[in-house]
Design a protein around this ligand. Structure first.
Ligand code: HEC
Length: 309
């Protein structure tokens, strides 16, 4: 089942009559192995970043945005982070035509984009980007930048990223590190989305200042995707009002796309948006998080679904 990602798609489909009869379609379940739904929805590998630079934050926001990719991936709502959760790996990843078992993917297949297909179905284990791998992370050679560029454009049929977008993605990948105290299991929470929205907005402001409207727009799209993920966790009823406000907030960001070339007006509009978002809606979402589907206790209805497959 493929549909357009983002908040409009999420809102159109995620309106169950009763949770037991029609569970909300969580985007993540499109690439989650049967039986691992609850784990994928409520846990994630821990991430510890070696830097708090705005560039790294912009890179993390882009890394989590399906709009960075094109074709099948964008349609499914799959971002870099769908496979590399929190920049790490994804033991639960399973997608027909892409994986042969959970935790694997073939990124040289023509499923996502025709350019890079090698004609063979040869999935490999999704690597943890916190560990050294095949691709050199040395900034001097630029090997990481060109690897990521080819991944986006050739494998995932995405639009050519600007040099600043590539630099941000590479800076993020270089900053991913194992946690100092080992890797405590991470829980999924509203804060994941709020943090990425914050990173996307900071990044968009920075990109507008350096006159890169393409990157600024990509970061707006990244923020909107996170709003859609919040909406998945606050089903109506009882969260009808919050969902309407999330949708309205997403539309305001969408309307800013055209302003991205005028840096002053754009930055002012972004900060007005942020103030309005944080003033009331974020407070309410936070207060009611325990009643939302971020709370694993409220996700029990996902489990019976597994037995019927
Ligand atoms: C469909 C799952 C999937 C998606 C989406 C994905 N990757 Fe990967 N990634 C993989 C797999 C599998 C490999 C290992 C490929 C290999 O070893 O040939 C990999 C390898 C990498 C590596 C090299 C790691 C090393 O060995 O040094 C980097 C860096 C990377 N991915 C970054 C990204 C970025 C950035 C994006 C988004 C633009 C992305 N990936 C999207 C599955 C994915």
């Amino acid at each position: 089942m493929l549909r357009t990602g983002g908040i409009v798609g999420a809102l159109a489909l995620a309106v169950p009559a009763t949770p037991a009869a029609a569970p909300p379609p969580f985007e993540i379940l499109r690439w989650t192995a049967p039986g691992a739904e609850l784990a994928a929805l409520s846990t994630q590998p821990a991430a510890c970043l070696g830097s708090a630079a705005v560039e790294v934050q912009a890179g993390e926001a882009l890394f989590n945005s399906p709009r960075l990719l094109g074709g099948q991936a964008a349609k499914a709502g799959l971002s870099c982070a769908g496979c590399h959760v929190n920049g790490r790996d994804n033991a639960h990843f399973l997608m027909a035509g892409v994986s042969d078992r959970a935790g694997t993917a073939d990124v040289t297949h023509s499923f996502f984009g025709a350019a890079r297909g090698n004609g063979r179905f040869d999935p490999v284990t999704i690597p943890d980007l916190a560990r050294p791998g095949k691709v050199s992370r040395d900034p001097a050679g630029g090997a990481l930048e060109s690897f990521v560029r080819d991944l986006i454009v050739d494998e995932f049929a995405g639009r050519e990223p600007t040099p600043a977008m590539l630099a941000a993605l590479a800076a993020y990948v270089r900053a991913i590190a194992p946690c100092p105290d080992g890797d405590p299991p991470g829980r999924r929470a509203l804060d994941d989305q709020l943090r990425l929205i914050d990173f996307a907005l900071r990044g968009a402001t920075g990109m507008a200042r350096r006159a890169d409207p393409v990157a600024a727009r990509a970061l707006l799209a990244a923020a909107r995707h996170q709003l859609g993920l919040i909406a998945e966790r606050y089903p109506a009823p009882p969260f009808g009002a919050e969902r309407r406000e999330l949708l309205a907030a997403s539309r305001v960001l969408a309307d800013m796309h055209d302003k991205a070339a005028n840096s002053d007006g754009f930055i002012a509009a972004l900060s007005a948006w942020r103030a309005a978002f944080e003033k009331d809606l974020v407070q309410r979402l936070r207060r009611r998080e325990a009643r939302s589907l971020y709370n694993p206790a409220n996700l029990a209805f996902v489990a019976p679904q597994q037995d019927n497959r």
